[in-house]
Design a protein around this ligand. Structure first.
Ligand SMILES: Cc1cc2nc3c(=O)[nH]c(=O)nc-3n(C[C@H](O)[C@H](O)[C@H](O)COP(=O)(O)O)c2cc1C
Length: 279
């Protein structure tokens, strides 16, 4: 047996059994940092990478927006950091489907939810409910405010330099006090009826980048002028990556969304550590 490894999973299971709060010092213990994320327009990826680097330079990555992502089994010697954006206060369905391809073995996991300054509602509890049966143990969670990927005026430019400094301080706190946690949210989860579907304009040069990068293959390379709306998950990836700004959301629909959420979005929220002790 290799004593250099601290078996975090076993410690956590013990703590769960005893209903005792456990404080785990990560300093000096050997772990692989595993980043697993879904990110439509790049904010969640940026945040998860930043948080991972606060532990170790060397990290492994699993991008859930890749339809051909390889399966993996994580061990108790891994520390996983799982990040998703909140869509309508929920975990994007495709992220749940792809997470279920993974397995864990008492693997500690930190949950990261990014959201566009409105609210994350039931995203944490849904993410925890997805990961726990797979063998993960939730030992930390953070809610991070990012620019709203539909209504960009909300939290525009965030996370900015100040946010990253703050996130760094949150990670330092988290590192000193990893333990099994409860997360906020309700069951049954909030109903999310889906978002806006991107439109294609005459600016389209048929370069095909959107089709290649669509997380759900909703754009056919042979028919770039349309989007398969039954597959589209409204992640806004195609709009954000188009070099010619040829894919857009209908202005009126964006305005309607803006009006609906503006009251709760205008005051800038702060990123936060989430979760009470499971004691
Ligand atoms: C379909 C959809 C639904 C969203 N729902 C919410 C929401 O309920 N609350 C919120 O604050 N932000 C919401 N947002 C904003 C995103 O959660 C936020 O911009 C997130 O950081 C995007 O991450 P990404 O760049 O990794 O895709 C939504 C965005 C999309 C595309």
């Amino acid at each position: 047996m290799n004593n250099d490894f601290l078996n975090i999973g076993d410690l956590l299971m013990e703590s769960l059994k005893k209903y005792d709060k456990i404080v785990i010092c990560m300093e000096g213990c050997v772990m692989a940092i595993q980043l697993i994320y879904f990110s439509g327009t790049g904010s969640t990826q940026k945040v998860v990478r930043f948080i991972g680097k606060q532990w170790q330079e060397k990290v492994y990555e699993y991008d859930l927006s890749n339809p051909h992502i390889a399966r993996h089994v994580f061990s108790h010697q891994d520390l996983c950091i799982v990040g998703v954006p909140s869509y309508g206060g929920r975990v994007p369905t495709i992220a749940i489907e792809r997470l279920k391809q993974f397995q864990a073995n008492q693997t500690p996991v930190i949950l990261i939810v990014t959201y566009g300054n409105r609210h994350y509602d039931d995203t944490f509890i849904e993410l925890k409910d997805t990961l726990q049966p797979l063998g993960f143990i939730c030992v930390g969670a953070m809610a991070i405010v990012c620019e709203h990927s539909i209504v960009h005026e909300f939290a525009r430019g965030r996370p900015n330099t100040k946010d990253f400094e703050y996130i760094q301080s949150l990670v330092e706190t988290l590192k000193r006090d990893l333990h099994p946690i409860e997360v906020p949210g309700h069951r049954p989860y909030k109903i999310f009826r889906g978002g806006l579907k991107p439109l294609v304009t005459s600016q389209c040069t048929k370069c095909g980048l959107c089709a290649k990068l669509c997380p759900v293959e909703a754009i056919d390379l042979q028919h770039l002028e349309t989007t398969n709306e039954s597959l589209c998950i409204s992640c806004m990836r195609c709009i954000s990556i188009c070099p010619f700004k040829a894919r857009i959301c209908d202005d009126k629909q964006v305005e309607a969304t803006r009006m609906k959420i503006q009251k709760v979005c205008t005051i800038d929220k702060q990123s936060e550590l989430i979760g009470g002790s499971l004691c």
